[in-house]
Structure formats: C-alpha cells, structure tokens
Design a binder for this molecule. Structure first.
Ligand SMILES: C[S@@+](CC[C@H](N)C(=O)[O-])C[C@H]1O[C@@H](n2cnc3c(N)ncnc32)[C@H](O)[C@@H]1O
Length: 283
C-alpha cells in the first residue's frame, strides 16, 4: 500500500495513488497529483504549539505531562508557519474537484491564522464545527481554562460551489437534539484505538479518534468518493474511509508513522466504536 515519493517522479495518475499512502513531503507530492481529482480533503496540519522548554510536571503523581513537542510541530516564527499553511492550502485547492469540500482541524493556537489564510485563498467557509472533548487534558497549573475543544473549518474551494455533499440526515444524529448542530461531543483517541510503537507506547502524539473521522466522512462524502489526507499521521482518515467504502489518498512525511499505518491496516479491523456501534453497518 506504500508508495515512496522520489524527485524523478513527475506525475501520479489517480489509479496508481488511490488507496495508497505516499511517503513524502506533501508540498512536493501534491504538485504531482492530477488537478480536480478528489472529493473531500481532511487536513490535520502541525499546530505550532510553541510549548515552553521547561518540563511541566503533574505534582500529585509526579509524572511529566506529555504535550506535543515533536519536530514536525516546530516552526521558526508565525510568518514561517503561515507560509507553510499558505503553500499547502494552495496545492490542495488545485487537486479539489469543483464541488469538493475541505475540513481543516486545529486548536486555538493556529485555527484563526488558518481561517484567514483560507479566506485569502478564496476558500468559502461553510461552517466551523467544534469538537468538545469529554476527556481533555487538564490545565495542570490551574492558571487558565482547561482547553477542551478543537475547531474544524469546513469549506468549499470557492463561493460558487453549491452542489457539495452534505448528508443532513446523518448530521442530525451527531448534533444537539434533533438539529444538525455544529458541535460534536466525543472523547480523544484512547486505549486500544491508539497505534503503538514497538514498546507499547503511543506512536503518534495527535492521533485523531476514529469517531471524529467517521462523522466527517459520513456527513460530507458518498460511497466511492476519494478522500485526501495530505498529512496523514498514523492514517486515521484512510482507515475509516476504507471501512465506510470510500477511497483514500494519504501522504505522510515521517517513515515511522507510515510503518504505523501499514501495521494498522494489517491488523484485524477495529470495527467496534466506543459507542458500541459497528462501523461498517453505519453506512
Ligand atoms: C497533526 S498530525 C496528523 C495526525 C493524523 N490526523 C492522525 O490521526 O494520525 C500532522 C502530521 O503531519 C505530518 N507532516 C508534517 N509536515 C508534513 C509534510 N510537509 N508533508 C507530509 N506530512 C507532513 C507530521 O509528520 C504529522 O504526522
């Protein structure tokens, strides 16, 4: 399932990359994809969290709080981060079909910058969807609110796109009461769902929950659609897309995570969701 991108490869045809994960830099790989090829995009970019250098300890149990301090999350400045987001969103726009939609997820650290860049590039925002976490990491110092949300921006590539897919009936199941509201309440990725490294530790610090991708895919795609994830991590998007009979294209720069994707797809499918529902029967 893995394709290793090489500089000498000039173009990829859609069939050769469908349901594959491409090991490479999304900024380079996206340029090689055919134009107007994908129906939906899920982009989960670096957050640029800028964590302090000092260790934060939980004083009661004396453990270090595990934040996101991976190299892939480090940028020299806001300007450098903005440039990265601008470039990736520019490449993505070219490969989106005219009626395609894009989901971009981030925390308060970067979502406002991303939203501005999207609007500057001509994307038309349809909604922001708030993911409210039932089990957020507490603010251990108690100096501000516990941050229990992430924001998803859902957009079309320009204002003229009107015939995009929105499965309202399904969206109602996830909203508040009988309304297809823009708040999803669900836990962060935990337990057996987590892809592990050789030592049984979590392989990726920001693996997204299957349930989040299930909601995204069910509300905004149809069976047979192509879902692109240009920064795939341990492959949650492709994993859920395949189970829901959608196609996927994933790109990831880190070989360690691509190995994790391979293992994830080889293992028996984790079809049972935290809610007890069966993933395949949900389509
Ligand atoms: C927030 S994580 C994505 C997590 C993913 N949604 C999951 O559920 O596992 C962002 C990912 O982007 C990858 N990344 C960063 N820069 C990249 C680039 N230029 N091209 C491809 N992947 C990149 C990182 O290695 C990291 O795995």
């Amino acid at each position: 399932m893995v394709l290793i991108d090489r500089p000498e490869i000039a173009n990829y045809s859609l069939p050769e990359i469908t349901n594959r994960v491409i090991l490479g830099n999304a900024l380079e790989v996206l340029k090689k994809l055919p134009a107007e090829a994908v129906d939906t995009v899920f982009l989960d970019p670096p957050y640029f969290l800028q964590l302090p250098k000092k260790e934060l300890r939980r004083w009661k149990v004396n453990t270090v709080v595990a934040g996101v301090d991976d190299d892939w999350d480090k940028f020299g400045s806001f300007a450098e981060y903005d440039e990265f987001i601008y470039r990736i969103l520019t490449e993505i726009k070219r490969v989106m079909k005219p009626q395609a939609t894009i989901w971009v997820i981030a925390t308060y650290h970067s979502i406002f910058r991303i939203g501005k860049i999207m609007q500057d590039l001509g994307y038309w925002i349809l909604n922001d969807v708030i993911w409210a976490k039932t089990n957020p990491m507490p603010n251990w110092l108690g100096v501000r609110f516990t941050n229990a949300t992430e924001t998803l921006i859902w957009a079309v590539k320009d204002r003229s796109a009107k015939k995009y897919t929105f499965n309202k009936k399904v969206a109602k199941e996830f909203g508040i009461g009988k309304v297809a509201a823009n708040i999803w309440v669900l836990p962060i990725c935990n337990g057996t769902e987590r892809v592990k490294d050789g030592k049984g530790k979590k392989l990726h610090s920001t693996q997204k929950p299957v349930e989040l991708l299930r909601r995204i895919i069910l509300t905004s795609t149809r069976e047979g659609d192509v879902v692109l994830d240009p920064m795939a991590g341990v492959g949650t998007t492709g994993y859920v897309a395949q189970a829901l009979k959608r196609n996927f294209i994933m790109i990831e720069i880190n070989p360690k995570y691509v190995e994790g994707i391979k293992r994830r797809f080889q293992q028996p499918w984790q079809l049972t969701l935290p809610s007890g529902q069966n993933l395949i029967n949900q389509t």
